[in-house]
Design a binder for this molecule. Structure first.
Ligand code: URA
Length: 236
């Protein structure tokens, strides 16, 4: 037996949080009866209907995509822009784990496994994300120290991070900076640079936890191995 909201998110429909909203809003029925209580337990023999659709358990799928620029990290886009889902050949209802900006490139994971997604997205999980940034101007040592120890974004201090100048190109007056953060706030890296007056010209995510982009070109993807999925679960 499993809690209804977990059952729905594990089936790949949406996150557990979203499933709770659907239940509370009367969008879920079990064996023909609308359920509004979050504590309800179900098993594989129950017929669960979400938003009028019978819930079928999909096999879990896990992808690592090298996201190109000008692709949006969501399942659909009302402006008709290309999404990360368009780049992956599957019928499963996968979605990205977290987001990269439209213009950010690099590693992004996609799955229909709500449980894993919840684990990795939880703020306490501190998943390490490594970026390579090209910014305007010379990146000063004291600014690297400030950003590494934390700056205020919207009144909340960022967690300890690592910002390190890799190289400076005098001719174009641009710096290349290695960044490691464990949070996933909206536009976090760009906003951190901006808080000290630096414009981000390019941003690429090179690593997510222990995963990198080895063997992939921009726009390409691969499935995660069972071992890698287990390792991600063990970040618990
Ligand atoms: N930080 C940003 O500012 N943008 C991203 O896409 C990812 C991290």
């Amino acid at each position: 037996m499993e809690r209804l909201q977990k059952f729905i998110s594990n089936a790949g429909v949406c996150s557990r949080r979203k499933a709770e909203d659907l239940i509370l809003n009367g969008k879920v029925s079990v064996n023909g009866e609308v359920i509004r209580e979050l504590g309800t337990k179900v098993n594989g023999n129950d017929t669960v209907i979400v938003n009028g659709e019978i819930l079928k358990h999909e096999l879990k799928e896990y992808y690592l995509l090298y996201k190109p620029r000008e692709v949006i990290s969501s399942v659909s886009d009302d402006k008709g822009r290309k999404t990360v889902i368009d780049l992956i050949d599957t019928k499963a209802r996968i979605y990205p784990i977290g987001r990269l900006d439209y213009d950010t490139t690099g590693i992004i994971l996609l799955t229909n496994d709500g449980e894993l997604s919840n684990i990795l997205m939880h703020p306490s999980r501190n998943v390490t994300k490594e970026y390579y940034a090209k910014i305007k101007g010379f990146f000063r040592k004291e600014d690297a120290i400030k950003l590494s120890s934390g700056v205020n974004l919207d009144g909340v201090k960022t967690k300890p991070a690592k910002f390190k100048l890799d190289k400076y190109d005098k001719k174009s007056d641009t710096s290349y900076v290695k960044v490691i953060i464990t949070e996933g706030r909206n536009h976090q890296v760009r906003n951190m640079f901006m808080s000290l007056g630096y414009d981000t010209i390019k941003l690429k995510r090179e690593r997510y936890a222990f995963l990198d982009l080895k063997g992939l070109k921009s726009g390409e993807y691969r499935e995660l191995s069972t071992h890698e999925v287990k390792q991600l679960y063990s970040l618990k």
